[in-house]
Write a protein that binds this ligand. Structure first.
Ligand SMILES: *[C@@H]1O[C@H](CO)[C@@H](O)[C@H](O)[C@H]1NC(C)=O
Length: 385
């Protein structure tokens, strides 16, 4: 409407310069874009004028104080109220208020940061992605973790976390990706983790010590990695319930002494099955007819022997640190994840919650070759666990 009016006004008289009309049209079209496009909040949103960012400010400053070493100076610029401009902090419109920016992602992967997690992290209550892999965080996850009720991806792999399994993960209602691998956590893993609607679960290379529970097969995860743990018991027959969803099952060098249930043969979506270096007995009896159509890697080396540290396991010091400095760019290019995992990730991911940019960065659920927003996975030679 306004555009029409303007054109009528400008065109009848040839005397006003055409350039003026162009300028007017440009001004007008940008005004229209502002009205029709994304909501344009008046002024910049910071901790000074947005209560969500104020809470995030308190959380991030507490984290900065709890970081004892920051050799790459990643958090040096974490000053002042503009938390959305902090390195590693990603803001997006809040899911419950598109006009309000909130902190939706925190990515300090490969930061080589030493420290602990402060309770104030619970103030980041709109966080969807928490990627802190390949740092030197010690201790446990904060008790306030369940306040992150939108958390979708939790990646604290390749740190120095200790203590028991972080039970609070069970209270995260929306978590889909749980990556605890390469830490020093110990003790049992609660069976309830397999009742959560996760898409990927990495517990490998910790000191967890538990019996594979009967409800393992309740997990809808596409990737389950339990390698280099101290497991007992059998692979439960319930694994057959994962027939339509499980793509990768890696229970390498985990002290299993059972036979392989024939239900493993039902896993028609399986592409990787690695049960090497366990004391498994008997045969891998495929169902009749065998349904392992997609299986591309079947590894059962050393099934009778049980070296605690098979030769291909990397010594810990080699995967403790990233082999090269983490890139400073906030959004590294990601290798494409396996198609199946990507498809599932798209289905599972609350797109509205993440916003476009974060969504792109978030497409790594599942397989090997995945790199979290900033190389989630400890980079190692050979098989990635
Ligand atoms: C971090 O800051 C310190 C002190 O200014 C400086 O000596 C050091 O070189 C910086 N490190 C990096 C990786 O920029």
């Amino acid at each position: 409407m306004a555009m029409h009016g303007m054109r009528k006004k400008a065109s009848p008289s040839p005397s006003p310069s055409p350039a003026a009309a162009v300028v007017m049209a440009l001004v007008l079209s940008s005004a229209v874009a502002a009205v029709c496009g994304q909501p344009q909040p008046a002024g910049k949103q910071t901790a000074a004028n947005n209560p969500r960012l104020q809470r995030a400010y308190v959380a991030l400053q507490a984290l900065k104080r709890a970081i004892t070493e920051d050799p790459k100076n990643l958090t040096r610029g974490w000053c002042g109220p503009d938390v959305c401009a902090y390195f590693g902090v990603f803001c997006a419109p809040a899911p419950d208020d598109p006009h309000a920016l909130t902190v939706a992602g925190l990515d300090l992967n490969h930061g080589d940061l030493a420290g602990t997690f402060p309770e104030e992290l619970g103030l980041l209550s709109d966080l969807a992605l928490l990627h802190l892999n390949s740092n030197r965080f010690a201790g446990g996850l904060p008790e306030s973790l369940p306040k992150l009720h939108l958390l979708h991806e939790l990646d604290v792999s390749n740190n120095r976390l200790s203590g028991g399994f972080p039970q609070h993960i069970l209270c995260l209602p929306n978590v889909k990706y749980v990556d605890l691998r390469f830490n020093n956590m110990c003790g049992p893993v609660p069976p309830a983790i397999f009742d959560k609607p996760l898409d990927a679960l990495f517990l490998n290379d910790n000191h967890f010590d538990f019996e594979l529970p009967e409800n393992l097969g309740n997990s809808p995860a596409s990737v389950v990695v339990l390698a280099n743990l101290r497991l007992r018991g059998c692979i439960p027959q319930s694994v057959g319930r994962m027939a339509g969803t499980l793509n990768e099952l890696v229970i390498l060098n985990a002290g299993l002494r059972s036979c392989i249930p024939q239900e493993v043969g039902w896993l028609r979506e399986l592409t990787v099955l690695d049960l090497s270096f366990n004391q498994l007995q008997g045969h891998l009896r495929a169902a009749q007819p065998p349904q392992l159509h997609l299986l591309v890697q079947l590894l059962l080396h050393g099934a009778a022997a049980l070296p605690r540290h098979p030769p291909h396991r990397r010594p810990p010091e080699l995967h403790r640190r990233p082999p090269r400095p983490a890139p400073r760019r906030p959004v590294p290019r990601l290798p494409p994840p396996p198609a199946a995992a990507l498809r599932r990730a798209r289905l599972l991911r609350p797109a509205a919650l993440l916003g476009g940019q974060l969504l792109d960065r978030a497409r790594r659920v599942g397989g090997r070759g995945r790199e979290t927003a900033g190389a989630a996975r400890p980079r190692r030679r050979g098989r990635d666990l």
